[in-house]
Design a protein around this ligand. Structure first.
Ligand code: AMP
Ligand code: MG
Length: 421
């Protein structure tokens, strides 16, 4: 098979990590999600909200006691100890229509109960002593203490959750608080996954001496699921253009195509050449990172009979750790945008380096590492790995140490940026 090399566009200069990430973020910002569907409240956990959730009543709906104690008028407690007449007891769930509290009076009240009209504070039971129908109060309070006014957290009709939010447990609590059994969520985008390589065999095949089992399709599928997408695993593509072309055409039917392998400089790394036949535009064909330097990002068109719009693709390097890292750094923001999520910036945490790192300048490195320590003493150290093919040590890592391209030695005890996995 002879390939027309003139179809391959000149590669632009290799962008830095930050430049490449911004390219993806700019494209992601212009994407639209795939439509909406109704989900049961608990099914919606982890999905992306597609409608605003409004307060259906005031939050709290009544002035709520925050402590067990006595509802009082703060102005009765200027002289201490003060003795007040106890008019009764209000527990959580009692109707709000209690009699109006008069000066010199108190009402025993429980956490979560509606404060009676006329009361402007609650004295904690710890600062009181009850005798017969009277209570002695040893500690003063200011008006407003230990009562949350009605509507202080939100007013009826206020927007509590916005579309684009990935529903976590706090958001689920809000939806439950507003009585929602169902929520409108965005449909998950379908993400095609195409592993390439003549040496790659699938799990049900006994690998020959020089063959490697396909792990990339499965790690990528797991990453797609975790990011809120719906993975579609295509058959393994050989390093041969015609079958690769067919499978890329299949993959471009999905909302996003992830290819793994075949993007390096080797003679049989054909992915870019075959993609170029699909009117592909390449936004970058490498970035100054390690692992994952040859990562490719672009969009392509299926042509006749295929989807009208361009489809984005990533050509991820095939070394398993490179595949995982480049998915997280570049493919994930695009997938999240297709899933309807509001854009998020990549944020690194800081931890103290446990043992010195020596490396070379020029690339931003994302090295598999183990974060340990306890409480405020986070420590991090590199896993002992044999390079980007080492899935076993990657599985023992829980984060990446991020090393800027201008550093070649980082001493132990230094604070280093860490990307959580
Ligand atoms: P490539 O990016 O195609 O040059 O592949 C780089 C390395 O990753 C080679 O050692 C491949 O054997 C390995 N590799 C590629 N694809 C996979 C895969 N799907 N599963 C496991 N290893 C792979
Ligand atoms: Mg290969």
């Amino acid at each position: 098979m002879i390939l027309d090399m003139s179809a391959v566009p000149e590669p632009p200069p290799i962008p830095s990590f930050e430049e490449a990430r911004h390219v993806v973020e700019d494209h992601a910002a212009r994407l639209h999600p795939r439509g909406k569907e109704l989900a049961e409240l608990l099914e919606s956990a982890g999905q992306v909200l597609a409608e605003p959730v409004l307060a259906d009543r005031n939050f709290p709906p009544f002035p709520r006691a925050m402590r067990d104690g006595y509802a009082v008028q703060a102005s009765d407690l200027t002289q201490l100890p003060a003795t007040l007449e106890v008019m009764g007891e209000i527990k959580a769930g009692d109707p709000t229509a209690a009699p109006v509290l008069q000066p010199g009076q108190a009402v025993a009240i429980m956490t979560g109960a509606p404060a009676p009209p006329g009361a402007d504070a609650v004295v904690m039971v710890e600062h009181t002593s009850f005798q017969g129908r009277r209570v002695q109060i040893m500690k003063g309070v200011a008006a407003g203490d230990n009562i949350v006014p009605a509507g202080a957290e939100a007013k009826r009709g206020d927007r509590l959750l916005s579309p684009g939010l990935r529903l976590d447990y706090a958001a689920i609590a809000v939806a439950a608080s507003t009585g929602r059994r169902h929520l409108l969520v965005y449909r998950k985008p379908q993400i095609a996954i195409l592993a390439t390589g003549d040496e790659i065999v699938d799990l049900d095949v006994q690998p020959g001496a020089s063959q490697i089992r396909n792990s990339n399709s499965y790690s990528l599928a797991a990453q797609v699921l975790a990011a809120g997408g719906d993975p579609l695993l295509l058959p393994i593509a050989p390093d041969e253009p015609s079958r690769l072309r067919e499978l890329i055409a299949d993959g471009l039917e999905s909302d996003l195509l992830l290819l793994a392998g075949g993007v390096s400089m080797g003679k049989y790394d054909l992915v870019e050449q075959v993609l170029a036949e699909f009117q592909a535009q390449f936004f970058f064909t490498g970035t100054l990172i390690q692992p994952g330097r040859p990562v490719v990002f672009g969009k392509a068109r299926l042509g006749q009979g295929g989807p009208e719009e361009d489809r984005y693709f990533f050509g991820l390097p095939g070394n398993p750790v490179s595949t995982m890292v480049t998915f997280e750094l570049f493919a994930r923001p695009l997938l999240e945008a297709l899933a309807g999520m509001s854009p998020r910036k990549l944020v690194f945490l800081q931890a103290r380096l446990k043992s010195e790192i020596q490396t070379r300048k020029g690339l931003k490195r994302f090295l598999p590492a183990v974060l340990s320590g306890e409480f405020e003493r986070a420590e991090v150290e590199l896993t002992r790995w044999q390079g980007s093919g080492d899935v076993a040590s990657m599985a023992g890592a829980n984060c990446y140490i991020v090393i800027p391209p201008d550093r070649e030695r980082i001493a132990d005890g230094e604070w280093v940026p860490v990307l959580m996995r």
